[in-house]
Ligand binder design. Sequence first.
Ligand code: PXL
Length: 274
Amino acid sequence: MRIPRAACINDLSGFGRCSLTTAISVISAAGVQVCPVPTAVLSKHTQFPDFYFHDLTETMPPYLESWGNIEFDGIYSGFLGSPDQIDITQNFILSHKKKNPSVKVIVDPVMGDRGRLYATYTEEMCRLIRGLIAHSNIITPNITEACFLTGIPYTSEDISDETADKLIKSLSELCGGQVVLTGIERKDVMTNLVYDGSNLTFCDIIREKQVFSGTGDIFASVVCAMILKGKTLVQAVSDAGEFISDAIKYTVKSGAPLTEGVIFEPVLYTLGND
Ligand code: PXL
């Protein structure tokens, strides 16, 4: 059996279970080869009050260039730390599309959460990320990111079906592809809204009260893997929801501090089941 191959552009954060640490584990467990492109090395992610940060923007062009004719079935980008990194990612996607026009491009526009942009995010980066998503097949923003991308004002995580519909249709005009609006909070459930270009589908999962950082990275990683394994977007999103739900149940039961992120290791094996 041929193993699909994904280039994953994201940072490497040593502690906190996010970005490449998550992508490498989750996508490999699902049976897809991961080729990481580290954008930066951090000792911990930026939600911690202190962390060591080493930017790798300058290493990215020669790193990618040395891959030469290596072909990828998918390109998945996550946290990008500077305007240059967005440009480099876009150039890589465009040049790869010439080699493999059917490459699936999954852009998780990691920009912020709960109504606020991350400290590293600037207006210029918001503008550039709008350009980047125009070259994607699938985007996976949360509500905050969807609002910053479309200019629709952020109100809360508990948006109405009507607002969700408006956000997702505006996003689909920006990206020209498929959209998953993640993390819509409802009374007892968390729902992800999928727009595959023609149909809207709500994929619900049971909601826990705690909010864990890094959940978006797990979500986009499962979606990336399942899409490259040939599943539909609705199937991929529903697999991602189920995996996160299992991992969060385990995390809550373990009583581990929130800073440790979602403890997904005990359920990784479930991704290899099909
Ligand atoms: O989980 C998203 C993410 C990825 N990488 C870094 C982050 C964050 C969120 O805070 O800080 C470095």
